[in-house]
Design a protein around this ligand. Structure first.
Ligand SMILES: [Cu+2]
Length: 276
């Protein structure tokens, strides 16, 4: 009896020591989310924080109570039997209804944010197509006509590495790049697909992530709010080179974005020079 309670104290001290080491060594990286850089991301972070606080309170409360009950009702003699009841309606109702209400609230808030991000983009939104391939991202921009040309992996050949339909007039002025650029504070709708296998288009700083599926177009829209350079990792284990599949997003002023667009060569020009 005396021995086992000493073991318990030692175990508790070891746990406390581990927590203290963790807190001291984690330093400036104590918060694991990267800096936020989009309008939609603020909703995601709010949801994340609410969920963390609610589940954190429940977690601490349940474990403190659990520890207290284990200690308070421990076996003090061999004859002692644990006290229990087979049925307790008010208690059962309470511990069913409270979590049900809290979880419904969390799910409702999450669903609302989901439909805002997945809902229709504003009419003035820039549309960019993202194509995932082993092991890079390619970005198709609509060019001066503002319309994306049709894309289908079946159009991909030595003469047409982009897979843009050569018969579609909307595609002639499009351009394809390996670095994504976006103008600051302007909504962008991203149309996502893949050439070969499943990938996942993920911009942590914007708090957006969506599967890239061959033969299918997935989408979301967002508004970048902070100029800078951001990572676009692939978040789906897509093959041996998955770890190097990391694109770059540059968010810049509208003027800089305009200048960058003008420097790009339209697909129509590239295709005709390649077929010569
Ligand atoms: Cu990938």
């Amino acid at each position: 009896m005396e021995r086992s309670s000493n073991q318990g104290v030692l175990f508790a001290l070891a746990v406390l020591l581990l927590v203290a080491v963790g807190v001291v060594t984690i330093g400036e990286r104590w918060w694991w989310l990267p800096p936020l850089a989009s309008v939609h991301g603020a909703w995601i972070d709010t949801l994340f924080n609410i969920t963390l606080v609610v589940t954190g309170i429940v977690f601490v409360l349940v474990h403190v109570l659990l520890a207290y009950f284990v200690w308070r009702y421990r076996a003090r003699s061999a004859e002692q039997r644990a006290y229990f009841y087979l049925e307790n309606k008010p208690l059962e109702l309470t511990y069913t209804l409270i979590p049900a209400v809290v979880l419904t609230g969390l799910i409702a808030a999450g669903t609302r944010a989901w439909f805002q991000i997945q809902g229709p983009a504003p009419a003035e939104a820039l549309r960019v197509r993202v194509v995932g391939e082993q092991f890079a991202w390619r970005f198709q921009y609509p060019g001066p006509d503002g319309k994306l040309g049709r894309f289908d992996p079946r159009f991909i050949s030595d003469e047409n590495p982009f897979g843009i339909d050569p018969e579609d007039p909307a595609g002639r002025d499009d351009f394809v790049v390996t670095e994504m650029h976006l103008p600051l504070n302007q909504p962008v709708e991203v149309l996502i697909t893949a050439k070969d296998v499943l990938h996942s288009f993920f911009i942590p700083a914007m708090r957006v992530k969506q599967d890239a599926v061959p033969g299918m177009t997935t989408r979301f829209w967002f508004v970048p709010t902070v100029a800078g350079t951001y990572d676009i990792p692939c978040a789906e284990l897509c093959g041996q080179g998955h770890y190097i599949m990391r694109g770059v997003l540059v968010v810049e002023s509208a003027q800089e974005f305009e200048r960058w667009q003008q420097e790009q060569t339209p697909v129509g020009e590239l295709l005709s020079s390649m077929s010569q």
